[in-house]
Each structure stands twice: as C-alpha cells, then as structure tokens.
Design a protein around this ligand. Structure first.
Ligand code: MN
Ligand code: MN
Length: 356
C-alpha cells in the first residue's frame, strides 16, 4: 500500500523541489502542525476515558466557556511548534496575547484555532484544528501583535485537521488543495484527496436559521429564494445543513460543494460577525479559493480584508463560486424594491400563491 501512496512528508519534499530557493523551515513547520494534529487526534479519541470532556470553568479571551480539550489543544500546538526556531510568533484563539519568540531567527508567523467546534466535543460530533502561516517581517526584530495583521492573500500555507470518523489533514501551500488521511497503523498522513475542488453550483446551504431575525436583507433574500425551491426564482429545491462546527462545514463543502453563511448580523452590535478573521476565515478562505470556490465577507473577498485586531471577528460566507457571487451581488444591489414598485414581483408572487 505504501509504495502507491504519498505521505505528507513526501508531498512537501516534492513541492519544495519546485522552489529550489526554499529553506527547509517551511516544511518543518507544516510537519510540526501535522504532528500537533496527530497528537490531538489521539487525545480526542480517548475523550471521557481520560476525563477530557467538559468545561474548565474558565471563560477565554473570546468570552466563551473554555473546554478542557481547548486548553490541552493549545498546549499541544505550543509544545510541538515553539522549539524549532522557525517561528517568530504564534497567535492562538485561546491566548489573548500572541506567544512571541525571543530568538528573531524565525521567518514565519503562525495563527491557529487549536480546537474548532469545541462545544461539539461532549456530543461527539467532529471537531478540528485550523492554521494559517504567513511570513514574518523581513526586519530581524521581535514580533509584535501588529505583525499578525496581514490580509489573508499573504498566507503562504493554510489548512485544517478534522477529527471525524477518520482524521484528515487538508492543506494548501498555494497550488491547489490536498487532503491526507491519517493511517492509524503507521501514524502517517497519506494523500487520499488530491486536488480537492468545489463545484461552481450547488443546491445545499448552511446557516444558523435561529438568527434569521438579525440577518441583513441580502442574506434574508438569498435564503428566502432558496427556501422557495423549484417554484421560486431559483427554480430548484435546496437542502439545508448546519453542524455548527466550522471545520466540519468547510470539509463538507470542499468534498461536495455547498455554501456556508455566518453573516454579519445585528444580534450583538459589539460583534460584527461571529468567526475570527485571522485563524478561522483567512485559512478556510485560502483553502476555498484554492479549491475554485469563493470566500467572502458577504460583500467582498475576505482575503483582501486588512485586519485591525488579532482576535477580530467578521462576517463569513464561502463555498460554491456562483452562489457566493450571487450573495455579493445581492449586497451590491442594496435593498430589494418593495412589492408596489416591482410589477414583476407581483406577477411572481401571484405565481407562488397559485403554486402553493
Ligand atoms: Mn473555532
Ligand atoms: Mn477553538
């Protein structure tokens, strides 16, 4: 089996051959992340057997109840990555201030969500880890939190691990998206999903509908049109999915298409969106774009956003290209004209009523 299969290490070496000027630091970093994910995969699998379920009783920097596995996952990432000398700093969802390396020899900065979807741990639904790698500033100085505030278009690598029925590591180094499955017998990630691509169209969307009263009008319009199904303006029936775990949603969309929306809403004026730009939206956004999909704030490309704070939240819409472009178009078009001034709408809604 091994003779036919490419390991993550082999894949990275092959990639590096295309860039003879590249140092080994990049590969060793990606392998460091993969090592942390392998370690976590084992811990997650033991769950309640080793007392890892449940909350710590602390509220993290995000104002969320920290789970025991959140803390362990963060420590695992730090432990696997801080000794190599290739990183000048690490930004984590679980730490208010980034970890900064005293040695300024490292060329990279890493941002990560050590355990995504951690509220799903106790119910045994897939969780994951997400990471984003950018270059550190050329000047050899101690990193600062501001150094992490680079647009997602500058990422040199991004990926996630998903701890589901199988553990997978999904990676982009800027030349497509590749999925590796952990072979538990040999402890290696093996390439099983080369060139993952997202179909341009879909009949599947994912959104937390309990927030619908807080949605912006363009999102409301998009969802209402999808719900109207084959008799509505979209002239096709849609399915809805909602796992409430970003990694699991992203993995489904990278596997079979779809559109995911966690739009900016009016629920809490202090939170312009739910998901974090630097270690959730940007890495997932890079993967999605590398797979031929589109990643957006709802109104424009998420990878072009200039970050303002390390733990910044933002609206996030991603998936099948044509659907995300449609949502952006609805934002650009502004409010839908009211019934009175659109004769066409009257005709259409008459049709709906007859159809219903
Ligand atoms: Mn998360
Ligand atoms: Mn998390």
């Amino acid at each position: 089996m091994l003779t036919k299969t490419i390991t993550l290490t082999q894949f990275l070496i092959e990639e590096r051959r295309r860039f003879p000027q590249a140092s080994g630091a990049f590969n060793s970093l990606v392998l460091g992340v993969a090592l942390a994910c392998k370690a976590l995969s084992r811990k997650v699998a033991y769950g309640a057997l080793i007392g890892l379920h449940g909350a710590v009783g602390e509220i993290n920097v995000q104002g969320e109840a920290q789970q025991k596995l959140d803390v362990l996952a963060n420590e695992t990432f730090l432990h696997c990555l801080q000794w190599g000398g290739d990183l000048r700093g690490m930004l984590s969802e679980e730490m208010e201030d980034p970890w900064i390396c005293e040695d300024t020899g490292g060329d990279y900065l890493l941002a990560f969500d050590p355990l995504d979807g951690s509220s799903n741990i106790d119910v045994n639904v897939s969780v994951g880890s997400i990471f984003s790698l950018i270059r550190a500033p050329a000047e050899r100085k101690r990193a600062t939190p501001a150094d992490f505030l680079r647009p997602g278009s500058e990422q040199v690598a991004a990926g996630y691990a998903i701890y589901g029925p199988t553990t997978m590591f999904v990676l982009t180094v800027g030349r497509g998206v590749f999925g590796f499955t952990l072979d538990p017998e040999i402890g290696e990630f093996l390439l099983t999903h080369p060139n993952m691509t997202i179909p341009a169209q879909t009949r599947e969307f994912a959104i937390n509908a309990s927030n619908s009263r807080f949605w912006e009008p363009p999102i409301r319009r998009y969802v209402e049109e999808a719900l109207a199904g084959s008799k509505g303006p979209r002239e096709k029936d849609f399915n809805m999915r909602w796992i409430a775990s970003l990694v699991a949603e992203a993995h489904r969309i990278l596997t079979r298409g779809g559109v995911f929306m966690y739009p900016r809403d009016t629920k809490d004026p202090t939170k312009p969106g739910r998901l974090r730009l630097l270690y959730e939206c940007n890495p997932i956004g890079m993967l999605v774009e590398q797979a031929g999909g589109r990643a957006s704030t709802g109104s424009g490309p998420v990878l072009q956003v200039k970050p303002e704070a390390p733990h910044q939240r933002i609206g996030f819409v991603f998936g099948s290209r044509e659907e995300v472009e449609r949502i952006e178009r609805y934002h650009a078009e502004g409010p839908v004209p009211s019934e009175e001034d659109t004769p066409l709408f009257n005709v259409m809604s008459g049709l709906f009523r007859r159809g219903a």
